[in-house]
Design a binder for this molecule. Structure first.
Ligand SMILES: C[S@@+](CC[C@H](N)C(=O)[O-])C[C@H]1O[C@@H](n2cnc3c(N)ncnc32)[C@H](O)[C@@H]1O
Length: 319
């Protein structure tokens, strides 16, 4: 059952998976009222944010069951603005909900009851709090900062250039390999930097070079001739990463680089990463590149085809 993408609805397919099998779940959920994936069982075209959140809480309840007790959930989600609701018959959703940095191809032009036009909906935090109420430990809001956001024609607020990655855990103690994602401190001398963590690092690749572990923070290159004087520190919670496209996918994909740290910190080598909204297969590709396994679910058969082709092309694997 590993290294397979199951075609079907997330809740239904998750119910077929065994308890406590996956190390972590890394996923990006369909956006609220932004896109019509053309399937009656799709998530995202609910009438209210509450209904949307309720459906996702049920799905992530099943994810919790499938995760090991020390498992984590890394959940990427962006926010949206309520629209004016004036564009009856408009095939886009621009007048209902405006989401920065995403193309809009959803169908329902009416505005959300109870919200004023131009209100930020707060979808990410609505979902985060609902998951916390459902028993998840809400551990961190990581900001995905985009250096190349979509331009917006707004002049009464800033251009939105971020989304969230929420880190949630099933238990209060959980697997989290902070050393695997420790970041080099640029342009500082270790002995003069109070923030330096004096911990032993595993061999890591940075800039194509492999550095061997060194308990004194200094890292020596493999050849042993030159020193890398960068110290390392605990990874920070703002992650800067350009957006990425995958040519065959007509929906938002997340960049491989964005989820590298989630998988490195959340799953040991040989472990299993779950993604119930697999889309174009980014989670699967990164998991395999990092010597982890994946279990995927995706509603649209054509997306499963796209993802499997991508996995074959990028990894030379036949799965
Ligand atoms: C935001 S995209 C995921 C993109 C993915 N992270 C990537 O990088 O390619 C969300 C995906 O969820 C799928 N989807 C929507 N509703 C679903 C449901 N109820 N069950 C399973 N998949 C669903 C959509 O078809 C879409 O491919």
């Amino acid at each position: 059952m590993i290294n397979v993408i199951h075609t079907g609805e997330a809740l239904c397919e998750l119910k077929k998976l065994a308890d406590k099998t996956c190390h972590c779940c890394v996923t990006s959920v369909p956006y609220f009222n932004l896109r019509d994936y053309g399937h009656k069982e799709q998530i995202g075209l609910e009438k209210t944010p509450e209904e949307y959140v309720q459906k996702l809480v049920a799905i992530f309840g099943e994810v919790k069951r499938v995760l090991r007790d020390d498992g984590t959930l890394w959940l990427n989600i962006g926010d949206s603005y309520n629209g004016s609701g004036k564009a009856k018959g408009d095939k886009t959703v621009q007048n209902r909900v405006q989401v920065s940095n995403r193309a809009s191809h959803a169908t329902n032009p009416t505005k959300i009851d109870g919200l004023k036009a131009k209100d930020l909906i707060g979808i990410p935090w609505m979902l985060a709090f609902a998951l916390r109420n459902d028993g998840w430990y809400l551990r961190q809001d990581i900001i995905w900062q985009k250096p190349n956001p979509m331009p917006e024609s707004v002049t009464d607020r800033c251009t939105k250039s971020h989304e969230y990655i929420f880190l949630l855990s099933k238990s209060n103690k959980y697997y989290f390999d902070s050393k695997a994602i420790a970041e080099p401190v640029e342009n500082t001398k270790p002995n003069h930097d109070n923030q330096t963590q004096k911990t032993e690092l595993r061999p890591q690749r940075y800039g194509g070079k492999k550095y061997t572990a060194n308990p004194d923070v200094f890292c020596r290159t493999k050849s042993g001739n030159a020193y890398d004087y960068r110290p390392y520190r605990n990874k920070r919670s703002v992650w800067t990463c350009p957006t990425a496209n995958f040519k065959d996918a007509h929906f938002a994909v997340y960049p491989e680089k964005l989820i590298l740290p989630c998988i490195k910190a959340g799953c040991p080598e040989g472990g299993i990463v779950l993604d119930p909204f697999m889309g174009s297969g980014t989670t699967a590709v990164v998991a395999r590149k990092l010597n982890r396994n994946y279990i995927g679910i995706e509603l649209q058969p054509k997306n499963v085809e796209i993802a499997n082709k991508r996995i074959r092309n990028e990894l030379g694997l036949f799965e």
